[in-house]
Structures are given as C-alpha cells and as structure tokens.
Write a protein that binds this ligand. Structure first.
Ligand code: HEC
Length: 154
C-alpha cells in the first residue's frame, strides 16, 4: 500500500512536472499537482470500468481539452448554463452567479491566490457544479483536463 502510494506519487511527478511559476504560488502548485495525480489514477480505473457517462480516457490531460470542457454549452438548458456562464469565458476575470448575480472571484490561480489551496474545497465545488450542469459528477479525465487548462492560464 505504502509502496504503491510512493510509486504513484513519483509517476505523478514525472507525468506532471509542475513548478511554482508565473503567479501560481507553491501551495497552489502543490494542491493542483496532488489533484492531477489523484485524477490520473482515477481516470485509469474509470477506463477499466467503462463508465458510460462523461468522457473517460487515460490519455494525458491537456489544457486544450480542459478549455473545451470549460466552454461547453448545454443548449437544452435555459440560460447560459456553462462553467463559463458563472466564471466567464476568461477564468482570469471576475465572474457573476447566473442566478444570484453575486460576484465570483476569478478561477485562474495565476490571478487569484485563494483558488486551489484546499483539495477538499476544490473537490466539493467541482462535484456540485458538475451536478448542476451535467447532472452527474465530472469524470476524472474531465477534471484533470480542466486543472491542466487553469494551470496554463497566465
Ligand atoms: C451557477 C454558477 C456557477 C457555475 C455554472 C459554475 N460555477 Fe464554479 N464556482 C461558483 C461559485 C459561486 C464558486 C465559489 C466561489 C468562492 O468560493 O469564492 C465556484 C468555485 C469553483 C471552484 C473552486 C476553486 C477553488 O479552489 O476555490 C471550482 C474548481 C469550480 N468552481 C469549477 C467549476 C466548473 C468546472 C464548472 C463547470 C462544470 C463550474 N465551476 C460552474 C459558481 C459556479
């Protein structure tokens, strides 16, 4: 168990050589790296289980796929129901809640040091918003891509 965990962590570091760069703090970089390692492991399980909902893949995460996911629009829903509906199409910008109109601080870690500093908070928000938009939790592949995208936003 312990050995497997160490191996997993090493695999993660090799697969995602992420450093504190730009305006992303060391803490944010650490939390996002942890998430990427966990999502990469979970994505492999999801591929094996062939869950029918959402995109499953064990391919490496890419910022491009993450951005596409962020901008996806559910046309059958009324209103601007996308991640970007509340978070804007530019995650560096301040968002606005589509229902309450309350301002939402930017999602991009490069401009908001309070984002991605707590694994549990990220997971809770992810799951809640994925349920709102897609009526399911997002897959690990979708989440990993989104993290890769947000890390790439300078
Ligand atoms: C209906 C509005 C709304 C939509 C749609 C929405 N979000 Fe959010 N999001 C919020 C609010 C509000 C917060 C919390 C802001 C805060 O804590 O400052 C938040 C926070 C987050 C966080 C937390 C990051 C952190 O560490 O603070 C993540 C990750 C996130 N959203 C991802 C998503 C994704 C992915 C989608 C699309 C599947 C999405 N959101 C769609 C309103 C929304």
């Amino acid at each position: 168990m312990k050995k497997a965990y160490v191996l997993l962590a090493l695999a993660g570091l090799i697969a995602f050589p992420v450093h504190a760069e730009g305006n992303i703090s060391a803490k944010q970089s650490e939390v996002m790296k942890k998430l990427l390692v966990a999502y990469a492991a979970k994505a492999k399980v999801e591929v094996k289980e062939e869950k029918g909902r959402g995109t499953v893949s064990d391919k490496p995460f890419t910022a491009e796929a993450g951005q596409k996911f962020f901008l996806i629009r559910r046309t059958w829903q009324s209103g601007d129901f996308t991640c970007s509906g509340c978070h804007t199409e530019d995650p560096r910008k301040e968002g606005k809640h589509i229902k309450t109109k309350a301002p939402i601080k930017p999602l991009a870690p490069s401009v908001n040091p309070e984002r991605f500093v707590d694994v549990q908070k990220v997971e809770a928000n992810f799951t809640a918003h994925c349920m709102d938009l897609h009526e399911r939790d997002c897959t690990a592949y979708e989440k990993g891509n989104l993290i890769a995208y947000l890390m790439s936003v300078k």
